[in-house]
Design a protein around this ligand. Sequence first.
Ligand SMILES: Nc1nc2c(c(=O)[nH]1)N[C@H]1C(S)=C(S)[C@@H](COP(=O)(O)O)O[C@H]1N2
Ligand SMILES: [Mo]
Length: 387
Amino acid sequence: MHDEIISRRTALKRTMKTGLTLGAVASLPWAMPALAQGEQLVPFSDMPEDYSRGPAQPGGTHFLDTRQISSFYTDNQDFYVVQHYGQPELDLNSYKLSVTGLVENEREYSLSDLRQKSQFNIDAGFECGGNRGGGLFQGLIGNANWRGIRLRDILNECGVKPEGKEVVFFGADVGTENIRDTDVEQSFARSLPVADAMRDVNMLVLQMNGEALPLFHGRPLRLLLPGYYGVANVKWLTQIHVQDRRYMGRFMGRDYVTLKKEIVGGQERWVENSVTLIQLKSSIVRVTRMGSQHKITGFVLNDGTPLRSVEVKIDNGPWQRAQIDPQSSQYSWKLFTLDWNNAAAGEHTLVSRVTDINGNVQPTAEQVPEKISRWENYAQFPRTLII
Ligand SMILES: Nc1nc2c(c(=O)[nH]1)N[C@H]1C(S)=C(S)[C@@H](COP(=O)(O)O)O[C@H]1N2
Ligand SMILES: [Mo]
């Protein structure tokens, strides 16, 4: 069963990689290896064997079987898929991105206008703000090489007026929301203050892992904010609107809003915040065996702040420093491994924690601020298995 999944994914990966134009990919000295000859996945005892749901389906949610993560880039066909109002199929010939509101020149861009603009590539990984350990085993996650236009170039070309404060990004997908007992049509939308929108890494994405952006991921154009939770990366992007006040639609003001206890100027308060930058997080997702030798693999995601260390604890042993995949870059996910020698027979508990250069340490579930929310699940995630 596992072997079948792995060989299918390896085949997909090969097809995808030959399509890549990135010289860097082929010449890397170290890469997350797929299963070597004689290497086997060790099942987790906290996870059902039949957890996998198969390939992404039209209109559906898709999550990775994180036990199968064995390469730096996630195949386009296996990158997680989440959306709230279905997957609109836009006509590429008549497609237009419009930029409206508090700009000097409102403009419309066709796809060919966009493709002619200067482009750049970036590696970025992200997870859904609702990703979690329990039940999902961190499956709403992926890492890809993205290519597209600098958002800032488009904003500068249109000229944001001084009174412009907030940039709103509308998708083509529309749903009916019941707000105060009234059914109203709403497009999926998210927003950013102008200063955040002007970050040089923000991208209007045209390509994912060397292919035209797939339908499930926002064809033909999506926003990518490296370091942010997935919800910020508006798919099927058709309008950018600059306004003089914050945007309060469902996905900024009501949903993907975390409620947690904070100290506000010495006063304890319950605070609501829109899900934005990815919290410092690591998780173990995979253990393999080769003879008597075991290898533990996991991932780190955060907002792009450099890391100091990733450590793994086996049972009640000491924290041991894991090796971070040198292919990692500022906004990619960072895969890490630890060789586990002489694992004794019996049940074991494994857990990882990441520390950034500012000394922030990933908290345990008990240390996370009191929180009433499905969002931002970044606590240490202990795993169990039987050797
Ligand atoms: N237009 C649009 N964009 C969207 C969404 C959506 O429902 N509509 N969902 C968001 C959420 S909640 C997530 S987690 C990411 C998922 O991106 P992916 O499907 O490419 O992994 O898309 C975001 N962008
Ligand atoms: Mo999400």
